[in-house]
Design a protein around this ligand. Structure first.
Ligand code: NOJ
Length: 631
């Protein structure tokens, strides 16, 4: 049941307004509403302003500038033919200015309220900046840890995934689309993207209808039931038909079966890319196929802009078909109150982002998200009386790795790092620090220039060697060592799949060198996917999975390490022993031979195929005694 829009029947005041508006719009203006145009300077094509003035625009993306929003909105309202306001859209995935733990971490709380509150604050800050619509939640089930985008979702399980999907929709949208402290949500990427062959981003997906309906679709249906306003189609082919023009997904399942009445946007350039995917011979055919399949809005490819008028002219499409696509876009603009209040108060953002309760909520969410993987001999929690602690590792003082992947366009990381968090718990001078060698991707991230990586110059082998020795010496001089390791922010997310799940670079070598000193060692992991850490799991007594914990991440890590908070997170995904074991997940049907039979090592002969840490795993500082149990 769509709980949010039940009052808008076919004869509701909103529908009457939409019909009246449609009746006076030219075909060109209607096509303008079906376009989402780029506000980023790096994009070729006519300046956004020109298009807006001529025909209006359904939406704009990749712009994060409050003053510019108002300027462009003024052009739409005062200079475009029917004065229809623009919907400004941006990827606000886990926070706008106050950054929350990444969605995979939020899911580790197993508490939908944590995710809901995080996204409510993200919405409040984003809306104060002038953003109306976020491209979230990402609710793709992901069972292959090699897939970089596993970080954006809630992990492997459809039930947990559905709960997190609905919670995030509620958080972003609130109870009323007209609420000026919320934004429209977008359930993405519809559907099956997480099952990309081999975990390779964008590769084709082959899923039976049973797998789709049992595993991959439930979170999307949960989002519809929670009243999500918009959907985004996925990039890849689903069973040989691109999701962008997949009529079965977009019309039969989403609209007809589930009763979704919002609008669907493609993923970026998805409509134009139908030509590359071999599904259309040219832009004209791509536009025709996508629109016929039920896709309302073309994100950034300008294929609708360039071809829909011709398609109407040559009789391939009717104006009624165009109207059908425009209607839900206008409906949402009316429901949001955009016609009455198209502008944003430019003084609001600074007040809203400065609220201390936002940082406090981010700290609590981070505490709730962390998963204690090992605690031999109760090494944790540590005493605050320690006087000689070394904090070691390439991520120990990295704001970028702490806030994590999928930063809002133009956001400057401002996290409390683990080093800072630990220092704040201990007496002055008690903490020494050495980063050790840098870690880097083998192929750089294509978004590097948009501040996804810290963009340090590449370390020379000599400097890396010196950094390694400095780290060893710093650890040697301490009584206890906290190693902060994992992945840089640009190592998970889009364009960030990988074949191995090992700790990148020389991190494990450094961990082994420090372990060999015989001192107590705590490993704090900052990463956006399961890592295969078999050696650490057998040798390092205390391991905390902190994920990419956000702006208050370092404080939250220190709260847990020093016992001011109890770790209670549980894994929303299995941790495989090797990257080659992916995909790995708990909810499999049983096959004819019991997996653990010592006699029939039937899975692999060279390693156990059980997870290193299973779905649902997570320790805490509390112990439970349950006496006198009887069956
Ligand atoms: C591509 C990504 O796949 C999608 O998740 C994102 O929302 C859009 N680009 C817009 O930035």
């Amino acid at each position: 049941m769509n709980t949010m829009k039940t009052t808008d029947t076919a004869v509701s005041p909103t529908h009457m307004k939409v019909d009246a508006l449609l009746a006076k719009m030219s075909l060109e203006e209607k096509i303008g509403q079906l376009a989402q145009i780029s506000g980023a300077e790096f994009m070729p094509g006519p300046p956004a302003e020109e298009t807006v003035r001529k025909m209006g625009a359904g939406s704009m993306l990749w712009l994060n500038n409050t003053q510019r929003f108002n300027e462009l909105q003024k052009v739409a309202i005062e200079e475009s033919p029917s004065g229809i306001p623009i919907l400004f859209a941006l990827d606000v995935i886990h926070g706008y200015r106050t950054i929350f733990p990444v969605p995979l971490a939020l899911a580790s709380s197993w508490d939908p309220n944590v995710a809901e509150q995080a996204q409510a604050i993200a919405a409040k800050e984003a809306r104060a900046a002038g953003i109306h619509w976020t491209f979230g939640p990402m609710i793709d089930i992901a069972r292959d840890a090699r897939w970089g985008r596993i970080v954006e979702g809630a992990g492997e399980d459809p039930y947990l995934g559905s709960a997190m999907a609905a919670a995030q929709v509620r958080g972003f949208q609130g109870d009323d689309l007209a609420d000026p402290e919320h934004v429209l949500a977008c359930a993405k990427h519809f559907a099956g993207y997480g099952a990309a062959d081999g975990g390779r981003d964008y590769d084709p997906v082959f899923l039976s209808e049973a797998q789709l309906r049992n595993v991959y679709l439930p979170p999307f249906q949960a989002a519809v039931d929670a009243g999500v306003a918009t959907f985004m189609s996925a990039y890849m082919d689903l069973n040989n038909v691109p999701a962008t023009s997949n009529r079965w997904l977009l019309r039969d399942v989403l609209r007809e079966e589930w009763g979704f009445d919002g609008f669907i946007v493609s993923d970026a350039f998805g409509v134009g890319n139908l030509v590359i995917q071999g599904h259309a011979r040219d832009g004209q055919e791509a536009a025709l196929r996508a629109l016929k399949a039920g896709l309302n809005m073309d994100m950034a490819s300008s294929t609708y802009l360039g071809n829909l008028a011709n398609l109407v002219q040559d009789g391939s499409l009717t104006v009624d078909e165009i109207d059908e696509m425009v209607r839900p876009i206008l409906t949402l603009k009316f429901q949001m109150g955009l016609f009455e209040n198209p502008y944003v108060d430019e003084t609001l953002l600074d007040q809203v982002v400065a609220r201390p309760e936002h940082r406090q909520a981010a700290r609590l969410a981070a505490q709730r998200s962390m998963v204690l993987l090992r605690n031999e001999g109760n090494l944790l929690p540590l005493a605050k009386t320690l006087t000689n602690v070394a904090v070691i590792g390439p991520l120990a003082d990295s704001m970028q790795a702490t806030e994590g992947s999928w930063m809002v366009f133009g956001h400057q990381p401002a996290a409390v790092t683990v080093l800072q968090g630990v220092r704040a718990k201990l007496a002055d001078g008690a903490v020494s620090y050495a980063p050790g060698p840098d870690i880097n991707r083998d192929f750089p991230h294509p978004f590097g220039e948009f501040n996804l990586s810290e963009r340090k110059p590449l370390q020379s082998p000599e400097d890396a060697e010196a950094a390694f020795h400095m780290a060893v010496a710093t650890a040697q001089a301490a009584d206890l060592v906290i190693m902060v390791m994992g992945e840089n922010a640009d190592m998970a997310g889009e364009f960030a799949s990988r074949g191995s799940l090992n700790l990148p670079g020389r991190q494990e070598e450094l961990l082994k060198a420090v372990h060999a000193m015989g001192k107590p060692v705590v490993l704090v992991l900052l990463n956006g996917r399961p890592l295969s850490i078999s050696w650490a799991a057998a040798n390092i007594p205390a391991i905390l999975e902190a994920w990419e914990p956000g702006s208050e991440g370092g404080n939250a890590v220190a709260d847990i390490l020093f016992g001011d908070a109890n770790p209670g997170g549980k894994l929303p995904v299995c941790f495989p022993r090797h990257g080659s074991h992916a995909p790995l997940y708990y909810a499999r049907t049983l096959t004819h031979q019991p997996e653990h039979s010592p006699m029939y090592r039937s899975r692999y002969w060279d390693s156990p195929t059980t997870p290193l840490y299973p779905f649902g795993f997570g320790l805490s500082y509390t112990t439970f005694a349950i006496p006198d149990l009887q069956l």
